[in-house]
Design a protein around this ligand. Structure first.
Ligand SMILES: Cc1ncc(C[n+]2csc(CCOP(=O)(O)OP(=O)(O)O)c2C)c(N)n1
Ligand code: SF4
Ligand SMILES: [Mg+2]
Length: 348
C-alpha cells in the first residue's frame, strides 16, 4: 500500500535558527493574571526576536513572587536566586568575573526599594552592564500584600489600610544616581514593553526598567494605584518607543521634529516619538522634572526617560579581561616568579 508522508512544517525560527520554545521556561506557579507572568512572556519574545543565545544569559533575582519569575523563562540560561535584596552584589561579582555573559536581573519593588535599597543605589551609580527589571506592584506579594516603599501616598490595601508614606520613585532615583537607560512601562502594554526590552538588550550599561505589574491577589482593587484599572485610566506615555535592531537592515523612517533617534552601542536604533514636544531623553534634569510633574498630576508616566550611550560601563572602567576568569590559564592569573621576586625585593 502506498504511503504518503505529510511534510512537517518547519517551526518558525529566529536568526540563530532557534524556535521560541528554546526561550521558554518552567510552567508558572504565580497567580493567573499576575502582571509578572505577562512580563516573563515579553522577556521571552524580546530575547527570541533579538536572537540572544540562551546559554549566554545569566538570570539573577532576589526574593519575592517577582524574583521567582526567572524560573518561568529561558530554561537554558544560567540562573542565580540570591538572598532578599542582594541580587546587585551577586550580579556585580558575576559580571566582573565574566563579561561575555548578558546579565538580566529581575527584582520586586520590595526586593529593590525596601530591603535592597542599599544595594540598588550603588548598582545604579556604577553603570554595570545589567538589565535590571523591577516588577512593581506596590506590595510584598509573596508575604501576603503589605505595602512596599513604591506604594503611593493615600493608596489603599484590600484590608482598607491606607498608605500614609510617600512613594520612592525608582526611575527618578536611577536617573539621578547614574543609570544610563531608565524607563517605566506597564505589564499590560505589550507593544511598549517589548520595544523597551529589545532596546535594553542592545544597551551596554545599567538598564533600569520599572514595570508596573498588578498583583491580582492583593493589590488590584478600587483604591490601589497599581491596579489594572488605575493604570488603564492614568498611564500617560511620554514617548512612543520604536526599536530597529542592528541586524535588521531597515532604514529608520521618522518625521523631523517629532521624533528622537538614539543610536545604540551596536548600531541599533531606538526611535522615540515625542508626545511631549519638549522632551529630550538625553537630558537628566528634564527626565526627573517630567517624572515629578506627572506625579503631581496623579499620572503614571511611561516610556524611556533617559538614555546615555557615551558613559563607560563599570567593566570598561575597570578594564576587566575579555575572557571569563574561570577559564583563564594559570600563567595569566598568577604573577611570574620574576615579578614576585621584584615585589618581594621592593618590600625588603
Ligand atoms: C531577609 C528576609 N527578610 C524578609 C523576607 C520575607 N519576604 C519574602 S518576599 C518579601 C517581599 C517581596 O516583595 P516584592 O519584592 O515586592 O515581590 P513581590 O512578591 O511583590 O513580587 C519579603 C519581605 C525574606 N525572605 N528575607
Ligand atoms: S500574590 Fe500577587 S504578586 Fe504574587 S503571584 Fe499572586 S498576583 Fe502575583
Ligand atoms: Mg512587589
Amino acid at each position: 500500500m502506498a504511503t504518503t508522508t505529510v511534510p512537517t512544517p518547519n517551526p518558525k525560527v529566529n536568526r540563530l535558527g532557534l524556535p521560541i520554545l528554546d526561550y521558554r521556561g518552567g510552567k508558572t506557579t504565580l497567580c493567573a493574571g499576575c502582571g509578572h507572568n505577562a512580563i516573563s512572556e515579553r522577556i521571552i519574545d524580546a530575547l527570541y526576536e533579538m536572537g540572544v543565545k540562551p546559554e549566554r544569559v545569566m538570570k539573577l533575582s532576589g526574593i519575592g513572587c517577582s524574583s521567582k519569575s526567572p524560573a518561568y523563562f529561558l530554561s537554558r540560561a544560567h540562573s542565580f536566586n540570591s538572598v532578599h535584596g542582594r541580587m546587585p552584589s551577586v550580579a556585580t561579582g558575576a559580571l566582573l568575573a565574566n563579561k561575555t555573559m548578558m546579565g538580566l536581573g529581575v527584582s520586586g519593588d520590595g526586593d529593590t526599594a525596601s530591603i535592597g535599597m542599599g544595594q540598588f543605589v550603588h548598582l545604579m551609580r556604577r553603570n554595570l552592564p545589567l538589565i535590571y527589571i523591577i516588577e512593581d506592584n506596590g506590595v510584598y506579594g509573596l508575604t501576603k500584600g503589605q505595602f512596599s516603599a513604591t506604594a503611593d501616598l493615600g493608596s489603599k490595601l484590600k484590608t482598607g489600610v491606607i498608605n500614609d508614606l510617600p512613594a520612592i520613585d525608582t526611575c527618578s532615583l536611577a536617573v539621578q544616581l547614574g543609570a544610563t537607560f531608565v524607563g517605566r512601562s506597564f505589564s499590560g502594554d505589550k507593544k511598549q514593553l517589548l520595544a523597551m526590552l529589545k532596546a535594553a538588550i542592545s544597551h551596554k550599561g545599567t538598564v533600569m526598567l520599572d514595570v508596573i505589574s498588578p498583583c491580582v491577589t492583593f493589590n488590584d482593587h478600587e483604591g490601589s494605584t497599581k491596579s489594572y484599572k488605575y493604570m488603564q485610566e492614568h498611564e500617560e506615555a511620554i514617548t512612543e518607543v520604536g526599536f530597529v535592531p542592528h541586524f535588521e537592515d531597515i532604514a529608520v523612517e521618522y518625521d523631523a521634529g517629532s521624533t528622537y533617534d538614539v543610536t545604540m552601542h551596536d548600531g541599533s536604533h531606538l526611535r522615540l516619538r515625542k508626545l511631549h514636544e519638549s522632551y529630550n531623553p538625553t537630558d537628566r534634569v528634564s527626565a526627573v522634572k517630567a517624572l515629578m510633574e506627572a506625579h503631581e498630576r496623579g499620572e503614571v508616566l511611561t516610556g524611556i526617560f533617559y538614555v546615555d550611550t557615551q558613559k563607560p560601563s563599570f567593566t570598561e572602567m575597570l578594564n576587566t579581561v575579555e575572557e571569563p576568569l574561570a577559564t583563564l590559564p594559570q600563567e595569566r592569573t598568577r604573577p611570574s616568579k620574576q615579578v614576585l621576586d621584584e615585589v618581594m625585593n621592593r618590600l625588603k
